[in-house]
Write a protein that binds this ligand. Sequence first.
Ligand SMILES: NC(=O)c1ccc[n+]([C@@H]2O[C@H](COP(=O)([O-])OP(=O)(O)OC[C@H]3O[C@@H](n4cnc5c(N)ncnc54)[C@H](O)[C@@H]3O)[C@@H](O)[C@H]2O)c1
Length: 336
Amino acid sequence: MTGQASPPARSGPAGQGTPAESTGPPQSTGPPEPTGPAEPTGPAEPTAPAEPTAPAKPTGPAEPSGSPRWRGSAGSAGPARSGGSAEFAGMAALVTGGGSGIGLATARLLADRGARVAVLDLDPTPAAPLPGRRADVTDDASVRAAVDAAARDLGGIDVLVNNAGIGARGTVADNDDAEWHRVLDVNVVGMVRVTRAALPHLRRSGHAAVVNTCSIAATAGLPDRALYSASKGAVLALTLAMAADHLREGIRVCCVNPGTADTPWVGRLLAAAPDPDAERAALVARQPMGRLVSADEVAHAIAYLASPHAGATTGTALAVDGGMAGLRLRPKAADR
Ligand SMILES: NC(=O)c1ccc[n+]([C@@H]2O[C@H](COP(=O)([O-])OP(=O)(O)OC[C@H]3O[C@@H](n4cnc5c(N)ncnc54)[C@H](O)[C@@H]3O)[C@@H](O)[C@H]2O)c1
């Protein structure tokens, strides 16, 4: 990295609001990843009451719509150590699905690198002491209240990580219409709702970035994952469209495409399999690297895409999949 771009000189949180559903004080990294809550299979828990919408603390003059305002080396406002703890200093990040797995690892990593971080989740408590906002991404009012409250807590939003998602098994023959609507509502429309609510805040940032958690399922045909794959294919297309739409507003939009990642989600899948060991071996064998991806590895890819140092990167899908999308290895025996 060149270390040329610099985070904005944004002041601290605009008062650490203590609305009812805030689950913790701001910042600092937390304990090791917990096993996480059960994957939601039905309608989400009651959502937080709508709060008065509080504007984020203005972090700079609003620039005219349509005016590119990338801050590269020429516009640097101060030093940012590449990869160091100052990389996200002065920046604020909101991570959906930050209560478990990839989202939790990402929230902690961004905080570690100097960002003020809030988590939006059905259950944000595992992310404590990072401030959490309880919200269901399928409920627009809940999302708007949580995003605005998080922006108020953090003093704005520079980085949005749209990561909340759920799985689905089966071929097109196996899931009814209600299940299709439920999964698409979380995995696709959920990202739309959160981004829509965050856009006014992102537009005020000098280094705005959105990173969506997509999947290998968007680019490779996986058996028994028709609905899930369709949802992630939509996320890939949505990422590109959003990158085009918001480029001239200075908002970069990218996604990560993880292979099978060792998160509580996959833990639940394995636990539900008739032979968990055999199922794990099959998942591992599918990845050329011969192991599952870790949540931390995905988090580092998300942090890269979100970083001011990636200021020239937008509309990019970054595979973090042990080689699954791009490699075609010969069988081990054939290499001897
Ligand atoms: N684990 C994998 O193998 C893998 C692979 C590729 C992509 N992904 C994607 O990564 C993302 C995170 O997956 P993970 O493995 O960390 O899963 P996880 O189950 O460990 O975490 C998902 C989080 O999302 C939250 N969530 C679910 N529905 C929500 C809703 N309606 N509103 C708010 N929050 C909600 C959950 O409460 C949970 O905290 C998902 O988008 C998933 O599709 C995972």
